[in-house]
Ligand binder design. Structure first.
Ligand SMILES: O=C(O)CCC(=O)C(=O)O
Length: 300
């Protein structure tokens, strides 16, 4: 059994363990590998959620240069997005460095070390209808590899109809799709994605128009619940809010052993190519440096 050594030692000594790690059983690890997504209920303690709520208010008041409004409707309802803010907001940094997320990611991917990639926030005001289109994450990233995961964590209760949705098993389809150009939706230069003529991409499947054909997973979620998904799994949604419900989500991205730096001709968002180059990282390298801290865990 792949129990982490220190957890195992504590169990054998009859000492309390962190319940969340006990709940990541070998079956959960297999589910994650097979479905590309798992839901871990109450994985994150309320004190962390409180901290992140404070952080997110600071973030909205003072977005980074990467911050942007993804959508604003005629009633003034907005969807705000920002990323890679953890080095500026103390609450985010503490969460990245000290919360159980790094170890959750390592356990689920069944690897000994993970690197933190970046944080992302998605904030919708009450009643916002804007749904994130179905897409995969990895094709937008400045890295490539199978062992990746994102921990999508609402800081407020979210109904199933408004939560992020996942196409079960799609991370293993092994197909290269032409991803949606978010720039066409947001009209933001930084979201533009350029098709390169020499690539043989398939058209992205019409998940929304043919929902019955796919196994689409989503859940009612409470603060502390985490939907954890592979960067290749097709996902989208997370809008369609009831008029009295807002949605604040804090998400962290984690990279495992097989991930290497990769700059993409189609464009990247967030685009880390410049900062990676400044840090001396180049395509093909394993990720590293203080911007992408590494966390190591012992496997039994
Ligand atoms: O919450 C959302 O609207 C989008 C989330 C998403 O696509 C992601 O975390 O990769």
């Amino acid at each position: 059994m792949n129990l982490y050594k220190h957890q195992e030692k504590r169990l054998l000594a009859g000492l309390p363990t962190n319940d969340i790690f006990e709940r990541i059983t070998p079956q959960v690890v297999r589910d994650f590998a097979e479905h590309g997504v798992v839901l871990l209920r109450q994985a994150i303690a309320p004190a962390w959620i409180e901290k992140l709520r404070i952080g997110i208010e600071k973030n909205i008041a003072e977005p980074t240069a990467r911050g942007r409004i993804w959508d604003r409707d005629d009633n003034g309802r907005v969807c705000f997005y920002d990323s890679q803010v953890w080095q500026r907001i103390a609450e985010y940094r503490k969460f990245v460095e000290q919360s159980p997320c790094a170890q959750i990611a390592a356990r689920l991917m069944n690897v000994k070390r993970v690197n933190f990639f970046f944080d992302a926030v998605f904030v919708r005001t009450p009643g916002a209808q804007f749904r994130t289109p179905f897409h995969q994450d990895e094709p937008y990233w400045s890295v490539e590899g199978f062992d990746t995961c994102s921990i999508w964590m609402p800081l407020v209760p979210v109904e199933k109809k408004s939560a992020l949705e996942f196409v079960r098993g799609s991370h293993r389809w092994n197909r290269r799709f032409r991803q949606i150009n978010f720039g066409a939706l947001t009209e933001d230069e930084r979201d533009q994605r350029i098709d390169s003529p020499d690539d043989q991409y398939e058209l992205f499947p019409d998940i929304e128009g043919d929902r019955d054909k796919y196994q689409i997973l989503s859940w009612d979620m409470l603060p502390g619940d985490c939907a954890i998904f592979n960067g290749r799994v097709i996902h989208g949604g997370s809008g369609n809010l009831s008029h009295d419900r807002d949605l604040k989500v804090f998400s962290t991205r984690w990279l495992g052993d097989d991930v290497r730096i990769c700059f993409r001709k189609e464009g990247m968002d967030p685009d880390h190519s410049q900062i990676m180059t400044e840090l001396g990282l180049k395509p093909g390298d394993r990720i590293g440096s203080a911007l992408y801290p590494e966390f190591r865990f012992e496997l039994a």
